[in-house]
Design a protein around this ligand. Structure first.
Ligand code: ZN
Length: 593
């Protein structure tokens, strides 16, 4: 327990503290395991019989578990006290040592990847080796696109001065940007928060300042972005990827057509979702149309009911329980064993996250709970991740690797269950309207906006093939995409055309953004099936699905629910849920006058 009487996590399942003698022992153990792997198997993987190959994989997995225990402890111990030099230094030292010791094991996945297909298949015929097939297949996923060894080595070396260098320049430039509002300086995260302030004047100042600063740096960002896109095109072409998005889709294990269908389905709903919602929002904000910096503004008549910690936990657990008592049981562990760190405190990282851990350990959750309605939903969200991690842990450390497109299923679903239960407990129409409006606001930001981002980057990458894009042209594409996705009710003025430069995913991980929309729409579809009550034993099937997200593809996982993402109507089902909430908002709005 902390001063505020909110629970703090108990990390003693890992170590009693940074001085625990077990830390040094585990580091030594990690070193030895990697050495044993190298001594026993380096240069020999291609010649191994299944039995010995399996022994090597197990050794590698065991080393990974020790590494997780050390690395995650050091990280968790640090994030609640970033102002504690000892904790920060401990984290850095552990990581440096592990990187050094881990070098001995680098050969392992490289040699697995180098195995001829026939040899690989022969190994998988062994029942025990086959257990690791999900992981082994992922290791070899990019094999068809690999180049000759000397070429790979050259590309890896050159990345430091090409793609990685541009990303670094972007990061360093962005970190230095200063935004000034009313004489006070803000960084990029803070300026974003100002646009969610209740004061419309402050939001406007923040919005205009953001425009000004991005414009001032526009030429540099244009150059960086052009270089990153071209750099990717060069290696894509050499590797034989047929489109700029192909390598990302391979990594996400999704077909190109399915992503295209998602983008089309979302685009078709811009008017019936964003258009209708922003019209209502403009009215609530007392305006004809809203400025783009008002998109996430809180409603002026929202009253901020405070939720106590115990009340919030009960609310979420009851919502989970109503869906499945088994899910509640899994969730309860986080509270009964203190696997969760709740209160904000000085030096603690902001935000919330769930941290997976391999067996025999367990996941941890971090929150910054201050009792707002949104904090209750964040608890439901992170707890969803936590339960998902508990359920899939049995696949083993190597196999249990959920792709991005499925990683948000349990969290968004858990949030949805809790949202519904919050809604049922409200009897005041105004409060209901505020709750649904904030949910729809989030859903639009995830499902629609990320697809608008996706369409933007698809266009930029396609045009870059014909030559470098001018700043004016990139800005033009941005305005076009923003205006189309936000609709006539949002004013997207020319001054906002430089805002594309703040979306860091465009630089760090091209074609990453659609996964947010993919995951959200998929969960909404799944939730619709649950509500329709058309699949018997839905809850148990759902829990089974969560336990298999690392080892089965998304289409296989959706089958028991009668869902097929290849079907054009699949995405509409999920998007229909957002439309339905907007219907409800329109009814409530009329009622309230
Ligand atoms: Zn999440």
């Amino acid at each position: 327990m902390t001063k505020s009487n909110l629970p703090a996590w108990d990390l003693t399942d890992l170590y009693s503290g940074i001085d625990d003698p077990q830390v040094a022992k585990d580091l030594e153990q990690y070193n030895k395991l990697n050495q044993k792997l190298a001594d026993g198997y380096k240069g020999k993987i291609a010649k191994l019989e299944p039995k010995n190959f399996l022994a090597a994989v197990k050794l590698y997995e065991q080393a990974g578990i020790v590494a997780s225990k050390l690395g995650i402890f050091a990280y968790l111990n640090m994030v609640t006290q970033m102002n504690n030099q000892k904790a920060v230094a401990f984290y850095q030292n552990i990581n440096e040592k592990m990187t050094e010791y881990g070098k001995n094991a680098i050969f392992f996945t490289l040699e697995i990847n180098a195995l001829p297909e026939a040899k690989f298949k022969a190994l998988l015929k062994d029942k025990d080796v086959a257990f690791y097939k999900p992981w082994l297949s992922k290791v070899r996923l990019f094999k068809p696109y690999e180049l000759a060894e000397d070429m790979e080595a050259l590309l890896a070396d050159k990345a430091l001065t090409s793609s990685a260098a541009w990303v670094r320049l972007y990061d360093e430039t962005s970190a230095k940007l200063k935004y000034v509002v009313d004489g006070k300086e803000y960084n990029d995260a803070e300026i974003g928060k100002l646009m969610q302030d209740k004061d419309p004047v402050l939001r406007e100042k923040a919005g205009k300042e953001l425009n000004r600063v991005q414009k001032e740096n526009g030429e540099l960002f244009t150059f960086i972005y052009n270089m990153i896109v071209k750099d990717k095109a060069i290696s894509d072409e050499k590797r034989g990827f047929k489109s700029p998005i192909a390598s990302r889709n391979l990594d996400n294990m999704v077909e190109d057509e399915v992503v295209e269908a998602l983008a089309k389905a979302v685009q078709a709903k811009y008017k019936s979702i964003a258009g209708r919602f922003y019209k209502l929002k403009a009215k609530w904000l007392g305006k004809d149309k809203i400025q783009y910096w008002d998109r996430n503004a809180p409603l002026p008549f929202a009253d901020d009911k405070a939720y106590g910690w115990k009340e919030s936990v009960d609310l979420v657990l009851n919502a989970y329980n109503e869906f499945s008592p088994k899910l509640r049981q899994v969730a309860e562990n986080f509270f009964s064993h203190n696997w969760i760190d709740v209160p904000p405190r000085k030096g603690k990282r902001s935000g919330a996250f769930a941290m997976p851990m391999p067996s025999p350990y367990h996941p941890y959750l971090m929150l910054n709970f201050v009792g707002k309605q949104n904090d209750v939903l964040t608890l439901a969200h992170e707890l969803g991740h936590g339960c998902h991690m508990c359920l899939s842990i049995k696949q083993g450390d190597l196999n249990d690797d959920t792709p991005l497109t499925l990683a948000e299923v349990a969290s968004v679903f858990g949030e949805m269950l809790t949202f519904q239960s919050l809604l049922r407990n409200l009897d005041d129409d105004k409060a209901k309207l505020c709750l649904i409006a904030s949910k729809v606001n989030d859903m639009i930001n995830t499902s629609l906006r990320q697809i608008a981002f996706h369409i933007f980057e698809t266009k930029v990458h396609a045009e870059r093939k014909k030559g470098e894009l001018s700043q004016e042209r990139i800005c033009e594409i941005w305005l076009e995409v923003m205006r189309e996705s936000l609709g006539d009710e949002v004013i997207v003025d020319d001054d906002s055309k430089y805002i594309w430069s703040i979306v860091s995913h465009f630089y760090h991980s091209p074609f990453y953004v659609y996964a947010y929309s993919f995951a959200d729409c998929l969960v909404n579809s799944l939730y619709q099936v649950y509500r329709e009550n058309s699949v018997p034993d839905f809850a148990n099937k759902y829990l089974t699905m969560l336990s298999e997200t690392g080892v089965k593809r998304y289409d296989e996982l959706l089958k028991p629910f009668g869902l097929d993402a290849h079907d054009a109507s699949f995405w509409d089902k999920g998007l229909g849920l957002i439309e339905e909430y907007i219907d409800q908002l329109e009814v409530l709005d009329k009622k309230l006058g």
